[in-house]
Design a protein around this ligand. Sequence first.
Ligand code: S3P
Length: 448
Amino acid sequence: MSDPSSALPLRPVRRVRFDGRLPGDKSLSHRILMLGALNRGRVKARGVLASQDVEATLRLVRALGVDVSVAPDDSGVDALAVHLAGLGPERWQEPRHVVDAGNSGTTLRLALGLVAPYPIAVVFDGDDSLARRPMRRVVDPLRRAGAAVLGRADGEYLPLAIRGGNLRPLSVRLSVASAQVKSALLFAGLGTEGEHVVEEPVVSRDHTERLLRALGAPLEVEPAGGEGARRLVLRGPFVPEGDHEIRVPGDISSAAFFLGLAAAHPDAEVVVREVGLNPTRTGFLDVLRRMGAVVEVSEEGEVWGEPVGSVRVASSRLRGVTVGAEEVPRLIDELPLLAVLATQAEGRTVVEGASELRVKESDRIAEIVRLLRPMGAEIAERPDGFVVEGPTPLRGSPGDAAGDHRLAMSFAVAAALAREGTSLLRGHEAVAVSFPSFFRLWESLEAR
Ligand code: S3P
């Protein structure tokens, strides 16, 4: 990658060819490290994502005193082989230093729930983006269960200090569909005596549930009330045991940039292999199909309850599409990319019920509009989403990733689709959060 202080030139791409693996799933990587820290026994994980966000979770695990060794894993892109030798949470130590969660909302939110049942004090901080993101959604239910949490704005913002132990059973109905909050509360339930109930209004990614069940946790998942609503019932305490091995599948959210480019590009074919196909994560593929794209999925196996397979996407004529609140959690991280693709689709694309985008690593609604308008897109901001009128030819333009990895990669897709002109991306180094090799692979798209 080039000098981080300089803007990265991104030229239109004439031909798109890719066939291979992409980096490991970020959500699964965080969860496996945390559950490995909790486990009594050894966990050997391959294909763990080697990125800044996952480093934050590794810092947490080490700060708790868990024996962890990390080596590069040559069998994958941005991949680590991680060995954890957990002795159970009773042997965790109180971190001597503030734990730096960096840019990682998943690290911070899940960690609050993970440590809450135990009588240890942990202090967290993070970067400026994470320090603007709301934490009361996790902090409030943990406080109600008995954890002590201090932080700015009464615990809404970093820095945050938590001291838990002796929690009461949790019974929480989430007002936002958030896998991070849901997972934090399930983790808190693992260390707490009693029956814990977490209800979500719309299904969000369910990796935590699948991993816990694969580890033998007494967790029931039932439909609840409205369409897509779910009730999770966990009987605590439960601490996983034994020796486990896992190979982390590729991240569909990273693959989406390659697959999305292929759909909107006139001369393209992309195949991504060994990628996670958990149905709570594949909303983007469903939306691409609704837009008229050629999407072929072949499921080839399962890892710890997670379906894995390959996805092929080739050049397609796209049409506008509507995405509503009930579908948003299944493609939440792909929505800025969808805005880019919508500029190449015939007709109107509407995304609504997605106000969560405003509290991600950046305000992704405002920022994607700011990136795409100078390129010639007709895009309008809505409080809870955006509207795009297409198709409009894009032209190269300067842009700033606003410190947000997914905006940097979405902009790269727009720059690749431009009819003319080189785009200049400032803040491209943000990709290191989830996909450090992104631009190296991107540069090779034409050559393959
Ligand atoms: C994640 C959940 C999502 C997603 C984030 C990762 C996770 O956030 O945006 O990138 O690993 O649980 P919310 O479910 O909190 O919206």
